[in-house]
Design a protein around this ligand. Structure first.
Ligand code: NAG
Ligand code: NAG
Ligand code: NAG
Ligand code: NAG
Length: 666
C-alpha cells in the first residue's frame, strides 16, 4: 500500500518535472529510443518495434517510457481529456495465412507487466474486479465468440473490457475522383496481410467523439472518413484520472495455434492537437518474412521425429511438403504476389482500351490509365502484345509472379496481370506525376529544383540497390532511363518496368533496339557481348544521373548538330582549363550546392566508366550519395579514361570491383 502510494507519487513528480514538449512525441522508427519493453518485445536492428515474433503463446509490450498526464488534470478542473495518436503497423503471419491473435494500441493506468494475459486477451488485464483502467484500440485477427467478435479481421474500441463497445471490419473510406465527380469508395483491408498500414486515433473531450481511421501505406488517397466514430465520455472510464498518469503504448499476443509477427514501424502522439505527421521516408518499412516458414517448421519436424517411426515420418514429410508448396503457390497468387485480373475488368477499367485513356507508349506496348471498378484504385495497364511466341509469354508469366512480390518504396508496384490470348496485360499502381523525362526536356519551362532532383536520384539508387542486393534473388533491371522513372504524389522517384527486358529472352517482340535497353544507356560490353549484369545496370544508372543533373539526353545533338555523348562531354568540361565540373549542370538550375552537384556529376561519370571493373556497386553508390563515404581523390578525368584493368585496381582499389562480383545475373 505504502509502496504503491510512493510509486504513484514518484510518477506524478516525474511527470511534473517533464518538459511541456513531453505531451507530444514522435518515433520515426525506434532506433535509439528507450521505450519501456516487456515480454517478447524488442527493437530490431532496423529500428522496428517487434512486439511478437513467430512463436506461439507469447506476449509483447512496448510503452512510451513516461506515463502521461492527460489534459483532464488541468488546474481549472476542466474536463477536456483529448489526445491524438497515429502509428504504422504490420501483422505478418507465417505462410499458413491464418493469424493470431492480434494487437492493440493501449492507454492504461498500468503497463500490464506481469498481469496481462496472452492469446485472446491481447496482453490486456481482463478481470472484472481489476482496478486497471484501459482504453484499447484492438486490431484483432481471430474471431473469439467469448468476446462477441464480429469476424477475424476487425478494428474495435475496448474500454476496461475485451468485449468491444464498437467494432467494424477492417477497411478504409476515401474519395475517388473520376473526371470531375467524387465517388465515396470503401475498400476492405486485411490486417494480417503483412503490408504496413497506418492507424489514426483521435479523441476530443469536448465533442466526446473517438475516431479510429485505418489506411494502407503507401497511401495514394487520403482516407475521407474514420472507420470507427464513436461518442463516449472517456472521463467516466478513467476515474482515477485525478491522481494517476497513464501509460501509452502497444501490446500484442500470439496463441498456441498461430505464429505471427506484430510490428510497429513508427508512432506519434499528442495531448493537444493532431499527432505530428510521420515521415514515411524514415520509417523502417519491412521486408516480407519468408524465412518464418522454416523457423516454424523445424521444431514441428523435430517433435514429430521423436514420436513417429521413420516410415510415418517420411510419409508425413512428403505430405507436408506437398501442402506447403501448394500453400506457397496460393500465397503467390493471392496475397504476396500480383493478382490475376479478368480481361473484362481491365477492359472496363480502361473504357475498352480507349485512346483517350492512353498514358504513353513504351518499348513493350501501350500504357492505359484506368480505375478498377471494384476498389476505385487508379492503375496503369501495360498492354504487351506478342505476335511471335505464346510459349515465351507463358514462361514470362511465371516471372511476373516473382516481380509482383517485390515491395520497395522506390519501385512502381506491380499489382496484377492478365493473360488473354496472345496478349499480356500488366497492372501497375498509377503514378500521379507521370514520368521523369517529361520534366527534364529542354522545352519544359517549369522544371524540377535541384533538391527534388537529388531526392529522385537517391530514391532510384535505393530502388536499384534493393533489386541488386537486398532481395532474395538478384534482379537486373536492364532498362534504367529517365522515362522508366515515375514520380509519385510526393515526387519520390520510382523505378518502373523492372525485369521486363527479360521479355526479349522469351522471344516476345519489342520495339526497341535488338539488345534490351535503350541507346545511350547501354554499357559498351553489353552491346558487344549482350549479357546484362549488375555492372551494366550501374552504367545505365550513371547515364541516368548525368541526364538528371545536366538536363540533357545521354546521347543527343548539340547546338551545332554534332553528336554529343553526355558522359564524354561532362568529362571534357571537367578536364577543360577551368576544371569546374559544375559548369555542366543544367543551366535552368540556379540554387544548388556546388558540392552536391560535383558529387553527382563525378559519380555519374564513375558509374558510366567504360570498364565494368571501374564502376562501383550500388551499395557503394548509395554510401557516396548519402555522404557516408567520400569519393576517392583518385577519381580524376585521367582515371575515367583508363582502359587497363590493372590500372583500375591500382588507382582506386576501394571502388574497383572484381567484375564477377558485380556481374551476378540470374
Ligand atoms: C464536368 O462538369 C461539367 C459541368 O460542371 C459538365 O458539363 C461535364 O460533363 C463534367 N464532366 C465529366 C467528365 O463528368
Ligand atoms: C471524427 O470524425 C468526424 C467525421 O469525419 C469529424 O467530423 C470529427 O471532427 C472527428 N473528430 C475527431 C476528434 O477527430
Ligand atoms: C464526462 O464525465 C465526467 C466524469 O464523470 C464529467 O465530469 C463530465 O461532465 C462529463 N462530460 C460531459 C460533457 O458530459
Ligand atoms: C523526412 O526524412 C528525410 C530523411 O531523413 C528528410 O530528408 C526529409 O526532410 C524529412 N521530411 C520531412 C517532411 O520532415
Amino acid at each position: 500500500m505504502h509502496r504503491a502510494a510512493l510509486f504513484c507519487l514518484l510518477l506524478i513528480v516525474c511527470v511534473n518535472d517533464a518538459a511541456p514538449g513531453d505531451t507530444e512525441f514522435i518515433y520515426n522508427g525506434f532506433s535509439g529510443s528507450n521505450l519501456h519493453l516487456d515480454g517478447a518485445a524488442y527493437i530490431t536492428q532496423d529500428g522496428i518495434l517487434s512486439l511478437t515474433t513467430c512463436s506461439s503463446y507469447i506476449t509483447g509490450y512496448g510503452f512510451h517510457p513516461m506515463p502521461l498526464r492527460f489534459a483532464s488534470f488541468d488546474d481549472y478542473g476542466m474536463d477536456s481529456l483529448s489526445f491524438s495518436a497515429t502509428f504504422v503497423f504490420a501483422i505478418t503471419p507465417d505462410n499458413s495465412r491464418s493469424s493470431g491473435d492480434g494487437m492493440a494500441f493501449v492507454i492504461s493506468s498500468s503497463p500490464f507487466v506481469n498481469s496481462g494475459k496472452p492469446a485472446k486477451y491481447l496482453g490486456l488485464n481482463y478481470q472484472s474486479n481489476s482496478r486497471t483502467a484501459f482504453l484499447a484500440i484492438e486490431l484483432d485477427t481471430v474471431l473469439d465468440t467469448e468476446f462477441l467478435d464480429i469476424d477475424n479481421n476487425h478494428v474495435g474500441i475496448d474500454l476496461n473490457n475485451l468485449e468491444s463497445i464498437y467494432s467494424r471490419s477492417a477497411g478504409y473510406q476515401y474519395n475517388n475522383y473520376v473526371g470531375n465527380k467524387t465517388t465515396p469508395t470503401y475498400e476492405a483491408l486485411r490486417l494480417s496481410s503483412g503490408d504496413p498500414m497506418q492507424v489514426w486515433v483521435d479523441y476530443n473531450g469536448i465533442s466526446m467523439v473517438l475516431n479510429v481511421t485505418l489506411a494502407p501505406i503507401p497511401n495514394l488517397m487520403p482516407p475521407s472518413e474514420p472507420l470507427l466514430s464513436y461518442t463516449v465520455n472517456l472521463s467516466n472510464y478513467f476515474e482515477d484520472s485525478h491522481t494517476q498518469a497513464y501509460y501509452v503504448g502497444f501490446s500484442a499476443t500470439t496463441d498456441d495455434m498461430h505464429c505471427t509477427a506484430h510490428q510497429i514501424l513508427g508512432w506519434s502522439f499528442s495531448l493537444s492537437g493532431s499527432a505530428p505527421a510521420l515521415n514515411y521516408s524514415r520509417l523502417p518499412l519491412k521486408r516480407a518474412q519468408h524465412k518464418m516458414l522454416i523457423k516454424w517448421l523445424l521444431p514441428a519436424a523435430i517433435s514429430s521425429l521423436a514420436v513417429l517411426t521413420a516410415l510415418t515420418c517420411f510419409m508425413l514429410f512428403r505430405c507436408c511438403r506437398k501442402r506447403i508448396v501448394e500453400r506457397q503457390q496460393e500465397d503467390w497468387e493471392t496475397q504476396l504476389g500480383p493478382r490475376r485480373f479478368s480481361h473484362k475488368d481491365l477492359r472496363a477499367a480502361t473504357k475498352g482500351f480507349n485512346t483517350t485513356q492512353l498514358l504513353g507508349q513504351g518499348g513493350f506496348g501501350r500504357v492505359y490509365g484506368g480505375v478498377l471498378a471494384a476498389s476505385g484504385m487508379h492503375v496503369a495497364v501495360k498492354r504487351i502484345s506478342s505476335e511471335s511466341s505464346a510459349q515465351g509469354l507463358a514462361q514470362f508469366t511465371a516471372e511476373i509472379l516473382i516481380l509482383g512480390r517485390l515491395r520497395h518504396r522506390n519501385l512502381v508496384r506491380l499489382i496484377g496481370y492478365c493473360r488473354h490470348k496472345d496478349e499480356l496485360l500488366l497492372v501497375y499502381e498509377q503514378m500521379p506525376n507521370g514520368s521523369l523525362d517529361r520534366y527534364l526536356q529542354i522545352k519544359m519551362k517549369k522544371t524540377l529544383s535541384w533538391s527534388q532532383r537529388l531526392h529522385i536520384i537517391k530514391g532510384v539508387a535505393s530502388g536499384l540497390l534493393y533489386l541488386h542486393e537486398d532481395w532474395e534473388q538478384v534482379i537486373i533491371h536492364r532498362d534504367i532511363k529517365a522515362s522508366n522513372v515515375l514520380l509519385d504524389a510526393e515526387m519520390n522517384g520510382r523505378l518502373g518496368d523492372f525485369g521486363l527486358a527479360r521479355l526479349h529472352d522469351h522471344g516476345v517482340d519489342a520495339h526497341t533496339t535488338h539488345v534490351a535497353g535503350t541507346r545511350g544507356y547501354l554499357a559498351p560490353e553489353l552491346t558487344r557481348f549482350g549479357k546484362a549484369t549488375k555492372a551494366t545496370d550501374v552504367f545505365a544508372f550513371g547515364a541516368f544521373i548525368l541526364e538528371v543533373a545536366c538536363g540533357r539526353r545521354p546521347v543527343g545533338l548539340n547546338a551545332r548538330g554534332e553528336l554529343l555523348v553526355l558522359s564524354e562531354w561532362v568529362r571534357d568540361v571537367w578536364d577543360s582549363s577551368s576544371g569546374c565540373i559544375a559548369d555542366a549542370m543544367d543551366p535552368r538550375l540556379e540554387d544548388y550546392a556546388t558540392q552536391e552537384a560535383e558529387l553527382v556529376l563525378k559519380l555519374g561519370l564513375l558509374c558510366s566508366h567504360s570498364m565494368p571493373a571501374a564502376r562501383p556497386g550500388m551499395r557503394l553508390v548509395m554510401q557516396y550519395l548519402e555522404g557516408d563515404m567520400t569519393l576517392p581523390a583518385e577519381i580524376t578525368p585521367d582515371y575515367l579514361a583508363i582502359t587497363d584493368v590493372d590500372d583500375v585496381f591500382e588507382m582506386a582499389p576501394s571502388v574497383a570491383t572484381s567484375v564477377t562480383s558485380l556481374s551476378g545475373g540470374r
